[in-house]
Unconditional design. Structure first.
Length: 143
């Protein structure tokens, strides 16, 4: 029932012409897109570390740089505190804004520490990154 309502209101947004671009770039939608991009880039590195895809130093390094760019944009994208019912963001983000930004910086710091020169290095440096996702989600994302 709830899901039905969500998709109904989303389709209404996309039906009213002219609002499409705005809807795609604001608030929850922008946050959700950012996080989904972060997940899909991160999974390239995770699958490489698990040898589900072949180790490739240049792909690993370019993925790391893409992740750094995405991470750097997080504070700006999260400034918009719009909270539709389908959002998993907690109001605590905007009540503890500096802490939220510092968790985002921890994430960047961990990404800077990823070593992409060998498979062994990649493996051993990736765990730190996963920990920073979890530490932010634990406090600021609904479970
Ligand atoms: C600084 C805080 C922070 C960090 C770091 C962070 N996230 Fe998130 N993430 C959030 C918040 C808050 C939400 C909920 C956003 C919403 O629903 O409005 C979220 C949502 C998500 C979602 C759901 C997106 C959707 O709407 O479908 C995924 C997937 C995700 N994060 C993956 C990751 C991964 C993987 C990492 C690390 C590589 C990561 N996140 C790092 C705060 C963070």
């Amino acid at each position: 029932m709830l899901k039905g309502l969500v998709s109904l209101s989303l389709s209404l947004v996309f039906l009213s012409s002219g609002t499409i671009v705005l809807a795609a770039e604001s608030g929850y939608v922008a946050r959700s897109n950012l996080m989904q991009n972060i997940r899909s880039e991160f999974s390239v590195l995770a699958r490489m570390a698990q040898e589900k895809i072949q180790f490739d130093e240049s792909l690993a390094e370019s993925t790391r740089l893409t992740l750094l760019n995405l991470a750097a944009s997080a504070p700006t994208i999260f400034e918009d505190n719009e909270l539709p019912i389908n959002s998993e963001a907690l109001p605590a983000i905007w009540e503890n804004w500096e802490d939220f930004v510092s968790k985002s910086e921890d994430f960047e710091f961990a990404l800077e520490g990823i070593e992409t020169s060998t498979l062994i290095d990649l493996r051993s440096s990736l765990g730190n990154v996963g920990a920073t996702c979890g530490s932010c989600h634990q406090k600021y994302r609904m479970k």
